[in-house]
Design a protein around this ligand. Structure first.
Ligand code: CTP
Length: 414
């Protein structure tokens, strides 16, 4: 994945270094292009040292590259990110002015474009800027809007560059989206290497009723499990998705079974286990449920009340015990000793692979589009960079296939 990062001249230019690092961590090769003014705020050498590539600062640098750089780079990239983007570059982009490398790159690429503006609050609110932003949005340019805060001009208001982590997250999402739409310059069609496999995937949270109006649940969005289901379908598998209550759309070609509680999820998984050749338990299943859920709403009374909870059945551990020739994958959501805890779960639950994630890390875990995970199997610990959940799903399925090809042929699926 190749990204061009345009940096324009404003005080937030130093934050572009963090954007560069985040994109690289996600596996991107990044070509930085700076405007003349940007180079007044941060030395091009800083970006050069981190990106490992010569930073482009001029349109017609005397030199070695025989290509017309803005054309060749425009063709190579999967995404153009401009962070920070000044009012000036927005005005040039909106009006097709191409008087330096970055503005020329913008009108010569067909790659998606992501812009993170940063400027004084009055400049951001000025009708000239709003008009330019509207023109660019209408043209399909994506924005990570500036945040409210204390600005370099010692005023408070909207205009501060968005957090680098949010810019990186949006950039990865855009690349995913354009790949899904067939727009990527690198993407080959998914290999049908899961043809003949039947995946059983759990996703989302569970909901354990306390009474008819209250319950215990968690922050799982279901995105990771849904991404696995979708990736497996794209690679030729038949998929049954057993999902807790979420607000996202299931992949159209999955058999989707909606459940609410851990007990319902347990029963559906057990009824489908026989048919499955690969089981992926991405659901955040409640470990405890109210021991005596009430049929009627509990009225308030004493100053304190105690809720009696009982353990739910560990579905993953049970599937591990009944594994037969299947490959069983579990998740470990941890906040400390991530790898050690994941390795214990691998053995205790009889899984072949545990996908461990530190849910306290930024941009990992619940309700975000990206994830930062380590794959823990019997002989291996593989730390992956920050990736979109779609890419994490692909890597999990790659690992499943590796484990499958290394294990002896199944002796029936009992
Ligand atoms: N899991 C399950 N059934 C449960 C609880 C968890 O199938 N009743 C599965 C999850 O789908 C996940 C894995 O077990 O794949 C790990 O869940 P996690 O909550 O991280 O760990 P626990 O085993 O519940 O242990 P702890 O909460 O003590 O960390």
């Amino acid at each position: 994945m190749k990204i061009a990062l345009g940096v324009t001249g404003c005080i937030g230019a130093y934050k572009a270094v963090e954007v560069l690092r985040g994109l690289q961590k996600a596996g991107a090769s990044v070509q930085v292009a700076m405007t003349g003014n940007a180079a007044n705020f941060v030395a091009p050498l800083t970006f050069q040292a981190i990106s490992g590539q010569t930073v482009i600062t001029e349109m017609f640098a005397p030199g070695h590259d025989p290509d017309i750089k803005h054309i060749s780079l425009g063709r190579e990239i999967d995404l153009l990110v401009i962070a920070p983007a000044t009012a000036n570059i927005l005005a040039k982009m909106a009006n097709g002015i191409a008087d330096d490398f970055l503005s020329t790159l913008y009108i010569s690429t067909t790659a998606p474009v992501l812009v993170a503006p940063a400027m004084n609050a009055e400049m951001w609110k000025h009708p000239a800027t709003s008009g330019n932003v509207r023109v660019l949005r209408d043209r399909g340019v994506e924005f990570v809007d500036p945040e409210d805060g204390f600005l370099a001009c010692r005023t408070i208001g909207p205009g501060r560059l968005a957090e680098p982590a949010s810019i990186v997250e949006r950039a990865l999402l855009l690349i995913d989206r354009s790949r899904a739409a067939g727009g990527s310059r690198e993407e080959a069609p998914a290999p049908l290497d899961l043809q003949g496999e039947r995946l059983l995937v759990t996703a989302g949270p569970t909901y354990e009723a306390i009474d008819p109006v209250r319950g215990i649940t968690n922050r799982s969005s279901g995105r990771m499990g849904y991404a696995i289901a979708k990736a497996a379908i794209d690679r030729g598998a038949e998929v049954t998705l057993v999902t807790g209550p979420v607000s996202i759309e299931p992949p159209s070609r999955a058999e989707t079974i909606e459940v609410r509680s851990a007990a319902e999820m347990h029963d559906v998984v057990m009824s489908r286990l026989n048919r499955a050749s690969i089981v992926v338990m991405a659901a955040a299943v409640a470990d405890y449920r109210p021991a005596q859920p009430r049929n009627r709403k509990i009225k308030k009374g004493a100053a304190k009340m105690t809720l009696d909870l009982e353990r739910t059945e560990d579905i993953l551990a049970k599937a591990g015990r009944m594994k037969g020739g299947r490959i069983v994958v579990g998740f470990a959501a941890e906040t400390e000793n991530v790898i050690d805890n994941a390795r214990s779960k691998l053995f205790e639950k009889g899984a072949d692979l545990i996908v461990a994630n530190d849910v306290s890390a930024i941009n990992a875990g619940f309700d975000v589009e990206t994830n930062l995970v380590t794959l823990v199997s019997e002989g291996e610990t593989t730390e992956l960079p920050l990736l979109s959940k779609r890419d994490v799903a692909g890597r999990i399925l790659d690992a499943v296939l590796r484990i499958k090809s290394a294990s002896p042929a199944p002796v029936g699926r009992g």
